[in-house]
Design a protein around this ligand. Structure first.
Ligand SMILES: NC(=O)c1ccc[n+]([C@@H]2O[C@H](COP(=O)([O-])OP(=O)(O)OC[C@H]3O[C@@H](n4cnc5c(N)ncnc54)[C@H](O)[C@@H]3O)[C@@H](O)[C@H]2O)c1
Length: 256
């Protein structure tokens, strides 16, 4: 008997890592709900169905699973990738607003995604996987970035707790922690050659990551190849988080 077509939700799918992940899952045969707060205009509407949805909204997360059921009849995986940045120091006038805004999307959004996807995965596919996007900024602190650091660190422990709650139901829940990746989120750094190169120098592999390299990690963690992996955060960061930061790294990249 032929395996039924597997189905995934990807949030933040209009651009960057989310778009690359939705494209990869579709290329490998999944039906995909591509959800984003802006219209994911690149979708074909058949294999990849665009959905305007705010990851921080409970109702919109319900809409995502409804769309998966309406279009494809089941749900196997959810990639909870939508995220926003915004640096602020503790004493900035908008510090609390920044904290609340980042919390709503980066952490509450992941919790809501799990809350809605897990029962539908259990009911329609029997077992499956949820993968959230953390960050190397959730593994340590950055200067002037406390809100992002805190929300991304929260994702790392949220997937541990969720993995415990859903493990007996056959749903694995993990996270990916990207290092610097060339997407819209990092456009400002990319457009300033000295900042782009300063970041490159801190990465063990001496280069930035590409969205497709993150998509492969989501694919792996959602696939049967990761069948005994749950509750972990996989750093996909060119080695950035493996350094103690005390000494300059060997430089093999382009001379500056
Ligand atoms: N690019 C990096 O260097 C990097 C590093 C570490 C972690 N991340 C994380 O990777 C994830 C993807 O970011 P990216 O680099 O692809 O950036 P991106 O800006 O290209 O993509 C993020 C997408 O999320 C969408 N989005 C924002 N708020 C949303 C909301 N409330 N609901 C639904 N969608 C929303 C945006 O419209 C955008 O399409 C984020 O969680 C980000 O924090 C990125």
């Amino acid at each position: 008997m032929q395996e039924p077509r597997h189905v995934a939700i990807v949030t933040g799918a209009a651009s960057g890592i989310g778009r690359a992940t939705a494209e990869l899952f579709a290329e490998r045969g999944h039906g995909v709900i591509a959800a984003d707060i802006v219209d994911p205009t690149w979708c074909d509407g058949t294999d990849v169905v665009p959905l305007r949805a705010d990851a921080s909204s409970d109702d919109d997360n319900a809409d995502m699973v409804t769309a998966a059921l309406e279009h494809f009849g089941r749900l196997d995986a959810s990639i909870l990738n939508a995220g926003i940045t915004g640096r602020a120091t503790f004493e900035d006038d908008d510090a609390l607003h920044r904290l609340d805004t980042l919390y709503a999307v980066n952490l509450r959004g992941v919790a809501l995604g799990i809350r809605h996807a897990a029962p539908v995965i259990r009911a329609t596919a029997g077992s499956g996987a949820i993968v959230a996007t953390a960050s190397t900024s959730g593994l340590g602190g950055d200067a002037g970035n406390f809100a992002y650091n805190a929300t991304k660190a929260g994702v790392i422990n949220l997937v541990r707790a969720a993995a415990i709650d859903y493990g007996a139901s056959g749903i694995r829940i993990n996270a990916v922690a990207p290092g610097p990746v060339e997407t819209g989120m990092t456009a400002r750094l990319q457009q300033a050659p000295e900042l782009h190169d300063a970041m490159r120098r801190r990465i063990v592999l001496q280069r930035w990551g590409q969205p497709r390299e993150l998509a492969e990690a989501f694919w792996f963690l959602a696939s049967p190849a990761a069948s005994f992996i749950t509750g972990v955060t996989l750093a996909v960061d060119g080695g950035l988080s493996s350094t103690a930061g005390h000494f300059d790294l060997p430089q093999t990249g382009p001379p500056t």
